[in-house]
Ligand binder design. Structure first.
Ligand SMILES: [Zn+2]
Ligand SMILES: [Zn+2]
Ligand SMILES: [Zn+2]
Ligand SMILES: [Zn+2]
Ligand SMILES: [Zn+2]
Ligand SMILES: [Zn+2]
Ligand SMILES: [Zn+2]
Length: 1758
């Protein structure tokens, strides 16, 4: 279709090119009716430019639009060439001081915790870095898009509103200058004209609803039948559904469908078909049919192409307006004026109104374009911001209702602009007074809350799905209310008071609807059938928490408002309670001669609700009254007389009883919903406006009551009245052994009731309740949190309530109560409680959960014991000294000494004294003791603080010394305590009782000091003395017990040890033997170490045979490693690796045809082998692996579970250490010894040897050619055979016998094939000729990577290696050396020939790489390990050792030439003063020879010193690798010098490797042959190209590879990532930008747009990149999550802690807390090490084993 249109389009282009912007503008300037002129222009051209085919061509369209449509407007506006016009405008402009930068998705934003007015005030990175706040406590987040930088807004910042760039110009301080004065009259008029027309056009066309008809003035003459089938976005259908449907409906490929779906999701709409009406209509019906089954169908429209064209231009126009106004504040003001000007239809008809009111009808793309325009125009102009705010407020209800029914996220709704408007304090204040905003918000909100019950209470359980959906959306209005309230007024006008109280009323109405909602009734008999709905109510409560607190804050600011609010709140509460006593029967309670009237009500039988927001608000206001002292100054204003204390306490008390009963197990049948409600009631997110306020409400009520009355009502509500009012009840009750459950239940209820009394008297850390300062409350919270255990900063923050600014106030006090302990390499920084704060610890702190309480108790007791603070009382945890109450609450302390309380205490102590059965509990007693302690502390405080003549009315100590009245005649409380302190069953509480008695005496003494009574004094001292003696005796007894216990334990332990040895006798003997064998080995070593150790060649140091014994980890059987015995194997993991790669772009195209014989020096892809070093019998392993395989197959069939390892790929976990493995390496003895059958003293020198080998290889090649020649007959032709002249002693027909046992041979093949399969990523094929090559390569690569790691860490080459590495390398080297015995001899010989020919070119050089393109170490390993295949047929007398040595020397010289060619070009500035030494002049002459051969293409001769230095530096890694290689191959111990760190070990290495330390001497000694070899090397065409500068080559030493250098400050990374856009979907922001830490590539992860195909499967960008960059191993940083991601292959992955920490030593995965993050070098180093040591896959395995959920993640989609 596109091709048909092509010529037509070109024709149009030609006609379009003729249109000139200047001329059009000139015509417009003359026009009388500008509007119709412009419309004609648009009507003609817009459809010609846009929408010419099925797919948009943005670049072409944009160019034409600029030229034909926008150009004329710019000319018209400027009245001259816009290139000059705009520049002039910009120059004349005095820019406002607002930054206003609109944030992109993922861009970092900064807020200052010290200076921002609220947390929504943010800065862009640029402004932040130039502001004062960078040194403050700032918070960093990533923007979700939308919103702008508040730099320059004086209302947003308490201090430092301007950054350096946006600072006000001090010369012109006059505010609010009209920006229009900078523009000429003409200009203003023209701008006004064109803006008015264009803005109206855009609004008209974007809000146009007809599908095939244009507005009349834009209709075209001839209309073609071209339509679009337009698909719209919704939030209901998933990507998969859309993609699937599209493939069906418009017949596209999956790729196209994905691209459509991505655009629809991003822009909100996308045409999916272009053609005539019929054609599009058909697609539409298929889409609708396919998506209407479960949900509402996808929105699809068939639109005429010209409408789409105009709409596209409309959008373009809005962006254009946005950019034009950037030139001048004057233009911006005109645009604002045009936008807000009322239209012909009056109210709500300005262009801005029309856009807002149509918001929910527009598609996403259109919305975001006009929202952005609003932000850059209306919100940047101070005058119009206010006018816009009014328009917004007037439309508020409609906008919110539109939003609630719309299904787009809030960020795409114009309603979301509320945050920009309401958070500006002056605007918010203005809108409250002028537009009654608070009331508007509340009524709008309430309007959406339906249905309600008969009393008007909310009934969430009856919501339909749609109502629930709306309820979720309407909650954002609460946020709006929060914004409005966030900045508190400093001054109150009468009007503000009035409007605030009006809003307060509306708010109270909401709370009234919540009071008593979700009532519950205790379920008896059977379990509830369905869990009732409870979450909605709590969600609402949680969202409201801050608003409720803020309402109180506002009230606190103005006495008049406070009193008025208090009255209204009280009235509403009374209204809620009207009829509260009607239905219930009155009863009279009496104890100890006190009696009270109350109602009969049982929580366990009647309805009860946990939602009491009205009473709780009243409690809050009451405390404020107490604090503000309004109550004292003008009590006549307060309705205190209207208060009915029993009414106030009734409902909160029921809540506490409910909790107590739930805890006692009485509500078990009510299910989890109740448990959850109780949990949230106490939870840190809700408690401030729930539980805490209930405590306050009880305190309020009780402070106005007779405490005896209260206690009786409380007993009655707890359903415990009977127990305490009937003297003998306790005894009767305990004898009822049948009802254990009831006893237990009652015990718990009594405990809970006592706990409540402790709270009512003890909780005073609330300003207004107790006389405390603002920080005391938070200080106390922290002390109690840290009493449980040391905590990290974030844990502490989580346990503290946050205010509306997300602040806990913790920083202000933390230093005074805790020490900070820094984190190590793992873990996080911790705060530890200072010991001196421990005395403030209250065991019954009201925010402790039960678990926390017992943990804290244990921790504190332990601490006391450790410190042995007070030797006599060391385990007591007495109540802390408390601050005094405020006057309004002062009477609360009397609870402690009232008659009913004493009766309760006495009763419980009595039970404890008699301790018969289980009618009491220890924790009950503990609470009573605590209460007594509190009372004594209180009395002591009173006595100490009393003024001279005052009488202390708190006389608890006297009351407890009195025995009970007749008829009971019970002993006094004091007497009972004295009895109890000796009770053997109260060991744990003895210290506390002792503490009480001691305090009692102190008080007595104080009292007596004033009344001077000597008798009492002696009494006291006698008591004390008695106590002291008792203590001593007690301690002695305890010490004795401890001694006996110790002895017993010791005896037990030695017994156990004996058993263990008996059982494991065998094992012990083995250990002993092993010890013995190692010691003999070390004894023999002096013999060796006296010599100079040599690792190879004829002079190789002879090492005595060492027998090696190993134990199989599976069957525990021991075995010797021998050639002919059963194979022993090590679990091993083979993986491909690019860790050493110098060229990550390289990739193997077709692994089946790839020839790995020569490793390129860029080491782009190697094969690494690792092992945990655990040994098994081959057959044991085989059996183990088979069972794993069988088990996995069964499991996968049954559960479709994943595992951390892939059995089908041969993976398994080491049975001992669970390390991931995928094959096994056989253990072998040094293989060279087996084949080194001949050892003549007369050996050829290098020249002679090369000649012999050349002859042999030529002969072999001749033979090969012959065998493969096409005529089979010719091979029998004796004439032909004669052509191949066999060198003397060479017997190609000889085939040596394989010395290895069958089982070892099998394992050689197994490991070889596994290495081949993994290394080349091909199907296993035992016979493939490349198998031996890959095995040698893996040996070479693994050694190279170890050498790299050691050098990087500055460790000695032969230092103490971890066993597993040592074992692995030894086995790997020996395996590789033995592998040729199981391969075809001719194949290995063929490889040798090729490798050899690359150094010693024969007659026909063929296509072999030049020496610049060969990694010499790989070449060395290949040559040495394939050489035996040739040597075994050589009977001329050349030994294997000789060959090794000559190969090594030859390769070393080639490497030196390589280095001289590539790495000596850099000139050093330093000239050598001293005359050149022997080595230096030798190097110089070698270099000169080289220059001769290269035709002087090499650089001018550098100094000899420089050459030597370069050679030594360049060759060092090679020498080190070679030393490791020969060490493991031949088993010669390493020279001791190389085992320690130190300077260069060059000489030692040379000795060990049988090299002269002056390496150039190698050339001199073999000058004859070397000269010709060098010449042939230099004449290779690639070398010539290199010398001519036509190509690059690797230079030496190769730079180490490290992970990317990460910036110190994490926000740099965020910023970098926010500038990154998806490479595939055209400038779209990536949602999960992910950084490859290996190569630094940024990827668009976890998204459809960047999925690619890998081995026939769709994978995400990270997986695809992992394959190419890391050969299957990836190390990434997910920037927006601040999380390290490890990937291995397609199926494995794990997350890893990022190397970024905040100042508190914590990571922030997910960037939730927003504290500044800085790089932690040590942690980064750790990640780097994991990567360098090839341990990433292993790490993933461990993580997945530890956390099974990781296994289920679809890693390939990341
Ligand atoms: Zn800024
Ligand atoms: Zn700024
Ligand atoms: Zn600041
Ligand atoms: Zn075994
Ligand atoms: Zn292991
Ligand atoms: Zn993408
Ligand atoms: Zn990479």
């Amino acid at each position: 279709m596109a091709s048909e249109l092509e010529p037509e389009v070109q024709a149009i282009d030609r006609s379009l090119l003729e249109c000139s912007a200047e001329e059009t503008a000139a015509k417009w300037l003359q026009a009388t009716d500008l509007t119709s002129e412009v419309y004609q222009h648009l009507a003609y051209y817009v459809p010609k430019i846009y929408c010419r085919g099925p797919n948009p061509v943005p670049q072409k369209e944009d160019a034409l639009v600029q030229r034909i449509l926008l150009g004329p407007m710019e000319w018209y506006l400027c009245g001259e060439d816009p290139a000059f016009g705009f520049a002039k405008l910009e120059q004349a402009n005095k820019p406002s001081h607002l930054c206003g930068r609109v944030f992109k998705v993922g861009e970092p934003t900064y807020s200052c915790r010290d200076c921002a007015v609220d947390p929504t005030c943010v800065l862009c990175m640029e402004c932040f870095l130039a502001s004062v706040h960078r040194d403050h406590r700032y918070r960093m987040t990533t923007s979700g898009g939308g919103g702008f930088c508040d730099c320059g807004d004086t209302e947003a910042w308490k201090v430092g509103p301007h950054c350096q760039k946006h600072g006000p110009n001090p010369s012109e301080m006059e505010e609010e200058e009209d920006p229009l004065v900078h523009l000429s009259e003409d200009m203003i008029a023209r701008t006004y004209n064109i803006f008015a027309i264009m803005f109206r056009y855009a609004v008209e066309i974007l809000t146009w609803e007809k599908e095939s008809e244009l507005p009349a003035d834009l209709e075209m003459a001839e209309k073609r039948d071209t339509y679009y089938c337009m698909l719209f976005n919704d939030e209901v259908h998933t990507y998969e559904q859309v993609i699937f449907t599209l493939q069906k409906a418009v017949n596209c490929t999956q790729k196209e469908a994905i691209s459509f779906a991505t655009t629809v999701d991003r822009d909100g709409r996308r045409s999916v078909r272009y053609g005539d009406f019929q054609y599009c209509e058909q697609a539409k019906s298929v889409i609708v049919r396919n998506t209407s089954r479960q949900t509402k169908p996808l929105k699809v429209q068939v639109m005429h192409s010209s409408i789409v064209a105009h709409q596209n231009f409309g959008l373009k126009l809005l962006s254009w307006l946005g950019s034009i106004i950037g030139y001048s504040d004057g233009l911006r003001r005109i645009l604002c004026q045009v936008g807000l000007q009322e239209g012909p239809d009056g109210e709500n008809c300005s262009l801005v109104d029309r856009l807002m009111l149509n918001d929910s009808q527009l598609w996403k793309g259109a919305r975001s374009v006009y929202h952005q325009l609003f932000m850059s125009s209306l919100l940047m102009d101070l005058k119009y911001k206010k006018l816009f705010a009014i328009r917004f407020a007037k439309n508020y209800e409609r906008l919110q209702s539109d939003y609630v029914t719309d299904d787009h996220d809030r960020e795409f709704s114009v309603a979301d602009l509320s945050v920009q408007i309401f958070t500006v304090p002056s605007l918010a204040r203005m809108l409250i007074t002028e537009e009654n905003l608070m009331t508007v918000i509340m009524t709008t909100f309430m309007g959406h809350l339906r249905p309600r019950d008969a009393q008007g209470r909310l009934q969430f359980e009856r919501y339909t799905a749609l109502q629930a959906f709306k309820f979720r959306r309407v909650q954002s209005l609460i946020l709006d209310l929060k914004y409005v309230l966030i900045s508190k007024p400093t001054e109150w006008s009468e009007e503000l008071r009035q409007k605030f109280l009006e809003g307060f009323d509306a708010f109270l109405e909401l709370l009234r609807c919540m009071q008593g909602m979700d009532p519950i009734t205790r379920q008896v008999g059977q379990h509830i059938e369905m869990e009732p709905e409870w979450e909605a109510a709590f969600t609402l409560q949680m969202k409201l928490t801050h608003v409720i607190s803020m309402m109180q804050d506002w009230c606190a600011l103005d006495e008049k408002v406070l009193i008025e609010a208090y009255k209204r709140c009280l009235a509403v509460l009374a209204q809620c309670h009207s009829g509260f006593t009607d239905s219930e029967q009155p009863v009279t309670l009496s104890i100890c001669g006190h009696s009270v009237e109350t109602i009969r009500y049982c929580v366990s039988q009647e309805k009860v609700s946990i939602h009491l927001p009205v009473s709780r608000l009243l409690a809050g206001l009451h405390v404020l009254l107490s604090k503000s002292e309004a109550a004292h100054k003008c009590p006549e204003l307060l309705p205190l007389s209207e208060l009915s204390p029993p009414m106030l306490i009734e409902h909160p008390l029921r809540c506490f009883v409910l909790c107590a009963q739930v805890h006692a197990g009485m509500w078990r049948r009510n299910g989890f919903s109740l448990v959850n409600q109780i949990y949230y009631y106490h939870n840190v997110k809700c408690r401030r406006e729930m539980f805490d306020k209930d405590v306050v409400m009880l305190q309020t009520g009780v402070s106005m009551m007779d405490p005896n009355h209260f206690l009786m009502i409380m007993l009655s509500r707890f359903e415990l009245y009977q127990i305490f009012s009937t003297p003998e009840y306790g005894k009767r009750f305990s004898s009822e052994t049948a009802h254990k459950d009831v006893v237990h239940q009652n015990n718990t209820l009594i405990e809970e009731m006592l706990y409540l009394i402790i709270m009512l008297v003890g909780e005073r850390f609330n300003r207004g309740v107790g006389q405390v300062s603002a920080t005391d409350e938070i200080r106390r919270e922290i002390i109690h949190q840290l009493s449980i255990r040391p905590m990290a900063h974030s844990e502490l923050v989580k346990s503290l309530p946050e205010d509306e600014n997300k602040e806990t106030g913790m920083e202000s006090v933390i230093e005074t109560v805790a020490h900070f302990r820094k984190p190590g390499l793992t873990g996080r920084g911790m705060y530890e409680l200072k010991p001196e704060c421990a005395k403030e610890f209250n065991l019954y702190f009201y925010h402790f959960s039960r678990a926390e309480q017992s943990k804290a108790e244990e921790a504190q007791r332990k601490l006391k014991r450790q410190n042995r603070e007070d030797t006599a009382l060391f385990a007591a945890l007495p109540p802390p000294v408390l601050p005094p109450f405020c006057p309004l609450f002062a009477s609360l302390v009397n609870i402690l000494q009232c008659d009913v309380m004493l009766c309760i205490m006495g009763t419980i102590l009595q039970w404890a004294v008699e301790h018969n059965g289980y009618a009491w509990s220890e924790s009950m007693l503990q609470r009573v003791l605590h209460l007594i302690g509190m009372a004594l502390q209180e009395e002591k405080q009173h006595l100490e603080n009393v003024a001279e003549e005052h009488v202390v009315t708190f006389t608890f100590s006297q009351k407890i010394s009195r025995p009970g009245d007749a008829p009971n005649n019970s002993p006094s409380i004091l007497a009972m305590l004295e009895t109890l302190q000796n009770a053997p069953y109260l060991e744990l509480h003895k210290d506390m009782i002792r503490w009480i008695l001691k305090t009692f005496n102190t008080i007595k003494k104080i009292r007596e000091r004033s009344s001077t009574s000597p008798v009492a004094e002696t009494e006291g001292s006698i008591l004390e003395e008695y106590l002291r003696d008792k203590d001593k005796a007690e301690r002695k007894r305890k010490a004795e017990i401890a001694r006996l216990r110790r002895e017993k334990i010791m005896a037990q332990m030695s017994e156990m040890q004996r058993h263990f040895i008996d059982e494991n006798r065998e094992l012990f003997q083995q250990t002993l033997e092993l010890d013995a064998s190692t010691s003999t080995a070390s004894e023999s070593s002096p013999m060796v170490s006296d010599l100079v150790l040599t690792a190879l060649g004829p002079a190789q140091t002879r090492v005595p045979e060492q027998r090696q014994f190993v134990t199989c980890i599976l069957c525990q059987e021991e075995q010797e490693v021998k050639v002919e015995s059963r194979a022993m194997v090590l679990a091993a993991f083979v993986q491909r690796s690019t860790v050493l790669s110098k060229d990550r772009r390289k990739c193997v195209q077709d692994p089946e045809k790839y020839d790995p014989l020569f490793m390129h020096p860029d080491l782009s892809c190697g094969t690494h082998t690792g092992s945990c070093g655990h040994v098994m019998h081959a057959h044991c392993w085989q059996r183990y692996f088979d069972s794993v395989q069988a088990k996995e197959q069964r499991r996968q069939q049954r559960l479709r579970l994943h595992t951390s390892y892939d059995v089908e790929n041969g993976e398994f976990l080491c049975p001992l250490c669970e390390r991931l493995s995928n094959t096994v390496i056989p253990l072998l003895l040094p293989p060279r010894k087996i084949f080194n059958r001949l050892n003549f003293s007369d050996q050829p020198d290098l020249t002679e040897w090369v000649r012999t080998i050349s002859q042999q290889t030529t002969a072999l090649q001749g033979l090969r050619k012959e065998e493969s020649s096409p005529h089979p007959a010719s091979s029998e032709n004796p004439e032909n055979k004669e052509k191949v002249r066999l060198p003397e002693g060479f017997r190609p027909d000889f085939h040596p016998k394989n010395p290895y046992s069958k089982s070892i041979k099998e394992m050689l093949r197994t490991f070889g094939t596994a290495t081949y399969k993994v290394g080349l990523k091909v199907h296993p094929n035992e016979e493939d000729p490349r198998v031996p090559i890959v095995c040698w390569g893996s040996c070479a690569y693994t050694i190279q990577s170890l050498e790299r790691v050691l050098s990087d860490e500055d460790k000695p080459l032969f230092g103490p290696l971890p066993c597993r590495l040592d074992d692995c390398l030894r086995s790997l080297t020996r395996f590789a050396a033995a592998h040729w015995t199981v391969s075809s001899l001719s194949v290995v010989q063929g490889h040798f020939c090729k490798l050899f020919t690359s150094l010693v070119p024969g007659d026909s050089p063929g296509e072999l790489p030049c020496i610049l393109d060969v990694d010499m170490f790989h070449l060395l390993v290949g040559l040495v390990l394939s050489f035996p295949a040739l040597q075994c047929q050589d009977f001329s007398g050349i030994s294997l050792g000789t060959g090794d040595l000559h190969i090594f020397h030859l390769v070393t010289m080639a490497h030196i030439i390589q280095i001289l060619l590539t790495s000596c070009t850099e000139e050093n500035g330093m000239d050598q003063e001293e005359p050149p030494g022997e080595e230096e002049s030798a190097a110089l002459s070698l270099y000169n020879t080289l220059r001769e051969h290269t035709g002087s293409a090499l650089k001018e001769t550098p100094s000899g010193w420089h050459l030597c230095r370069s050679i030594r530096a360049g060759i060092m890694p090679f020498l080190k690798c070679s030393a490791l290689f020969f060490h493991y191959l031949n088993g010669v111990p390493s020279p001791p010098e190389v085992q320690v760190t130190g300077t260069s070990h060059f000489e030692h290495l040379c000795n060990y490797l049988c090299l002269p330390s002056n390496l150039i001497r190698l050339f001199e000694e073999n000058s004859e042959i070397m000269n010709s070899l060098i010449k042939s090397w230099c004449h290779h065409k690639e070398v010539k190209r290199f010398l001519a500068g036509e190509r690059d080559a690797i230079s030496y030493p190769r730079e180490p590879n490290r992970l990317l250098d990460l910036p110190q400050d994490y926000s740099n990374l965020i910023n970098q990532a926010s500038n990154f856009s998806c490479p595939k979907s055209g400038g779209d922001k990536s949602r999960a930008p992910t950084l490859c830490l290996v190569c630094g590539a940024l990827l668009c992860s976890q998204s459809y747009c960047c999925q690619t195909e890998l081995d026939g499967e769709d994978v995400g960008a990270c997986t695809a990149h992992t394959d190419s960059c890391g050969c299957g191993v990836g190390v990434f940083l997910r920037v927006r999550e601040c999380q390290v991601l490890f990937l291995a292959g397609k199926t494995k992955g794990c997350f890893y802690a990022p190397p970024y920490l905040d100042d508190y030593g914590e990571t922030d995965q997910g960037l939730r807390r927003g504290n500044p993050l800085h790089l932690c070098a040590e942690r980064f180093q750790k990640i780097q090490k994991l990567w360098q040591q090839h341990s990433v896959t292993e790490e993933i395995g461990h993580a997945q084993e530890a956390n099974q959920t990781l296994v289920g993640i679809d890693w390939q989609h990341l």
